[in-house]
Design a protein around this ligand. Structure first.
Ligand code: GLA
Length: 376
């Protein structure tokens, strides 16, 4: 059966600005070339059917749901992401007629590269099209509303307390650019990011580690940040400037200080990255990436052995900077390396993983790619 349309959305890496989004701060992602595509055919009986399209061309049915009856906690596994997108649109007052979806994804899962946001966003766009609200049509909703709806799907339907980074990146990023995003104001700015033009590459190291405490660890950090902001009488940690940091730290219990230290210095590093990229000083961004990693490892404590080994091996082999990217506790690291040194860095990271007895990492160069769009 021919679909009415096909929509796709990419995964992302975050160049810098980690664990700042739910603190109303700044992030700086770019989209990966890896995408999740959703083919959609409208139906008018209020049902949502889902199937996946395997690489061998076969279809695997994943169930049919009555959109009216979708409730948080009742759909499990990967199907909760597209079902959550339908639920969130419904909750936002968008009448959905029903749809058949066929999904095919190439964003590595469990790698901290936002495969879930890619799936949520591509599904939301497909469903909006079925509802006569296509992103490229006259009744298109605001893209930032779609980002908030899909984030709500993840927070309330899937049950992961994430921020707005991943969905915004998947929807708003543009080819050859990184996206500076001020989460509080909702403002975004496309910053040209031409690593190749500067003789550089962003190497992604998918460590293939996924530690079991990642969800509770993420939630704990988030709660700690909210508690610190409340104790300081501030809406969010975003409201502490680098110059106010010492004073704020003095007023907090010891266990919350490292969290605040990370968030405030990380926001500052994002702004400094923005300044350097605007001056076209891409190589100079490297040291900020490395400082971000140290802060995530030592203060925020969301790194892990595999990520630290990847970062250290990359730096030792000559990378100008390296850091974990995404939520942490496993997932991926990025390294800014000169094109000439790329294969040396790849070998160094692979050898270090072997020495530590870790499964071999997956490595690829990330080229800033287009955000979500209609494919046909
Ligand atoms: C995950 C979450 C994002 C963000 C990052 C950390 O990717 O989904 O909202 O909090 O972790 O920066």
């Amino acid at each position: 059966m021919e679909p009415d349309s096909v929509w796709s959305a990419p995964g992302r890496v975050n160049l810098i600005g980690e664990h700042t989004d739910y603190n109303d701060g700044y992030v700086f992602p770019f989209a990966l070339p890896h995408r999740t595509a959703v083919a959609v055919r409208r139906r008018d009986d209020g049902l949502l059917s889902m199937a996946t399209h395997g690489s061998d061309g076969t279809l695997q049915r994943a169930g049919t749901f009555r959109i009216e009856a979708l409730e948080a906690g009742e759909v499990n596994g990967w199907a909760s992401y597209p079902a959550g997108a339908a639920w969130a649109l419904r909750e936002s007052g968008i009448p959905l007629p029903g749809a058949d979806l066929v999904i095919s994804g190439e964003v590595p899962t469990g790698a901290g590269l936002s495969s879930s946001a890619a799936l949520e966003c591509a599904t939301a766009l497909a469903l909006l099209d079925a509802a006569g609200r296509a992103l490229d049509g006259p009744n298109a909703p605001d893209v930032m509303d779609i980002a908030r709806w899909t984030r709500r799907a993840e927070n309330e339907f899937v049950g992961a307390p994430t921020g707005l980074l991943d969905q915004t990146a998947s929807l708003r990023c543009e080819r050859a650019h990184a996206l500076f995003f001020d989460v509080r104001s909702g403002e975004t700015e496309q910053i040209p990011f031409d690593a190749a033009g500067s003789g550089l590459e962003v190497l992604v190291v998918d460590t293939r580690a996924n530690h079991s405490h990642s969800e509770s660890g993420y939630g704990d950090r988030r709660k700690g940040c909210e508690q610190a902001a409340e104790l300081l009488g501030l809406p969010a940690l975003r409201d502490i400037s680098a110059t106010d940091l010492d004073d704020a730290l003095r007023r907090l219990p010891e266990e919350l200080r490292p969290l605040v230290q990370h968030v405030v210095t990380e926001n500052d590093r994002v702004l400094e990255t923005l300044r350097r990229l605007r001056r076209d000083e891409l190589t100079e961004v490297g040291e900020l990436l490395t400082a971000s990693h140290a802060s995530l490892r030592d203060d925020y404590r969301v790194s892990c052995a595999e990520l630290d080994v990847a970062v250290e091996a990359a730096l030792e082999s000559g990378a100008s900077g390296a850091r974990m990217t995404g939520g942490g506790f496993g997932g991926s690291a990025i390294a800014l390396v000169s094109t000439e040194l790329r294969s040396r860095t790849e070998q160094a990271v692979t050898a270090a993983f072997e020495r530590h007895g870790f499964p071999a990492p997956r490595l690829f160069t990330a080229v800033p790619s287009a955000g979500a769009a209609r494919d046909r």
